[in-house]
Design a protein around this ligand. Structure first.
Ligand code: BES
Ligand code: ZN
Ligand code: ZN
Length: 470
């Protein structure tokens, strides 16, 4: 979809459908009040009425708050898919333009790469009409970049595991580096052995695809802060020898969503040209079964040096992240360290599938992040660490166990496992995001459609924007 910002006075609509967003209050004074009432249109949230004779589409909105507007625009984008107009236009101003653009792009997204006959949309252009183009240009461009980066992440996550394995992910990173002027370093098996990433290598050992550690960096000249992002990139999680039940295995191509979010964030940040240095570290691995698979009962030595007793090969993400987090902390001295991972089913049990779980030690950082996510329109909630849950990771034979010895608090114990690999000087700088629920959906909600949501891209981009002013 082509989106254009245009002066209302210069806009000459041809075969255009004009969208009118209207509240129940405004309806009382609306021009076509009688006709609209006859059609049963009451301007409540989700209601719509098309007057094709006049090329008008009325959509009800409760208010002009960002959240409701975004959802409404997402619904509009879905509703117009079969319409036979050449363009759609809607009036915007500085208060609503970001929500209109994001809602429309994200709600209109669909993943058609595997359809032999992809659906073609007649409406090819969205015109955003306004009084002063120049004053809205920046807000417009920012919204497009953020929404498109989110769709980029969605595309990667939605790609089938046989088409998106660690090597392909490395290629995607290299292409992104070329296009966006980033540096890119890829570590394969040989380099990972040298780096002593033994926990990460163990997880990928039974796969026919070589594990890759990807390091991308965006380094602007006058960077105000340094941020290191780490992503779980399990291109497939079968569970390994602690094999997942058949029904739970379906959708496990999404276990790379943390890595894909990190790629989307560095894409957005570099295109927005933010004054922050951003490093993206990805552990791209496939967790499979086979004669060479790592086993429950194995004891792995992590890059950090701590030994890990494996009691469940399906708790593999934390093993990969243990080594990648350690590598990231050796390679950079960040002001902030964030990891993104579809880490636990338990996070969904705790918070529901719409909300990202946020864990870490710094109350201020958690608070600031919460603010950013609210502004970005993503749901996050904090899950608190405590010393009692930490004890549940004790191992009788090694330094730590990869699963908890009790069935409750699984999202937090996973976060505490990662905490074991965070260096002292980074404890207050670190947050862990469990996106197991929020990264993927099989039924549409908010601005999300079937499949990957791109969770993390919007709230982290928003957070990094706020660092500009600090
Ligand atoms: N990738 C899964 C977590 C997951 C589950 C993500 C459902 C998205 C949807 C992770 O590797 C895993 O399998 N975790 C186990 C941990 C357990 C063995 C301690 C889980 O959540 O069951
Ligand atoms: Zn797993
Ligand atoms: Zn996993």
């Amino acid at each position: 979809m082509n989106i254009q910002l245009i002066d209302t006075n210069l806009f000459e609509p041809k075969e255009n459908l004009t969208l009118k967003l209207i509240t129940p209050k405004q309806l009382k004074k609306a021009k076509f009040k009688k006709t609209l009432k006859k059609a049963g249109f009451d301007a409540t949230e989700g209601s719509s009425c098309a007057m094709h004779g006049k090329s008008l589409l009325f959509c009800g909105v409760e208010d002009f708050e960002n959240d409701t507007l975004k959802t409404t625009m997402a619904n509009v984008a879905k509703a117009i898919k079969n319409y036979n107009y050449k363009s759609l236009s809607v009036a915007v101003d500085e208060r609503n333009i970001a929500a209109v653009v994001e809602g429309f792009i994200l709600g209109g997204y669909s993943f058609e790469n595997y359809k032999s006959k992809p659906k073609k949309q007649k409406i090819k252009t969205l015109y955003l009409t306004c009084k002063d183009v120049s004053s809205l240009q920046k807000l417009f461009e920012e919204a497009v970049i953020t929404a498109e980066a989110t769709c980029f992440t969605r595309d990667l996550v939605n790609t089938a595991p046989d088409d998106m394995y660690p090597e392909v992910m490395a290629q995607v990173a290299q292409n992104l580096a070329k296009e966006n002027n980033l540096t890119c370093n890829i570590l394969g098996k040989k380099e990972l052995k040298k780096e002593k990433c033994r926990a990460m290598l163990a997880v990928g050992r039974a796969s026919r695809h070589e594990s890759k550690l990807i390091h991308l960096a965006y380094k602007p000249k006058n960077a105000k802060k340094i941020i290191s992002l780490v992503g779980k990139g399990l291109t497939y999680d079968s569970g390994g020898l602690s094999l997942k039940p058949a029904t739970s295995m379906v959708t496990m191509k999404m276990d790379k969503a943390g890595a894909c979010a990190v790629l989307g964030i560095i894409k957005a940040v570099s295109e927005l040209k933010l004054d922050v240095e951003v490093h993206a570290f990805i552990g791209a691995v496939e967790n499979m079964i086979g004669g060479d698979a790592y086993k429950p009962d194995d004891v792995l030595k992590s890059r950090k040096g701590d030994t890990i007793e494996v009691r469940n090969t399906d708790a593999e993400g934390r093993l990969v992240l243990a080594d990648v987090l350690d590598y990231a902390q050796d390679k950079t001295k960040p002001d902030y360290l964030f990891d993104f991972a579809t880490l636990t089913g338990a996070c969904m049990v705790a918070l529901g599938q719409y909300t990202t779980g946020v864990m870490g030690h710094s109350s201020k950082l958690k608070h600031d992040l919460g603010k950013a996510s609210k502004n970005a329109g993503e749901l996050t909630a904090t899950l608190p660490f405590n010393k009692h849950l930490k004890k549940q990771l004790k191992s009788e034979i090694a330094d730590i166990c990869n699963i908890s010895n009790k069935p409750y608090g699984g999202a937090i114990t996973a976060g505490l496992f990662l905490d074991n690999f965070i260096k002292k000087e980074n404890k207050e700088k670190w947050l862990h995001f469990d996106i197991a629920g929020s990264a993927y959906t099989e039924s549409p909600w908010d601005v999300n459609v079937y499949g990957a949501t791109g969770a993390g891209v919007r709230f982290m981009t928003q957070f990094l924007k706020t660092l500009q002013t600090k």
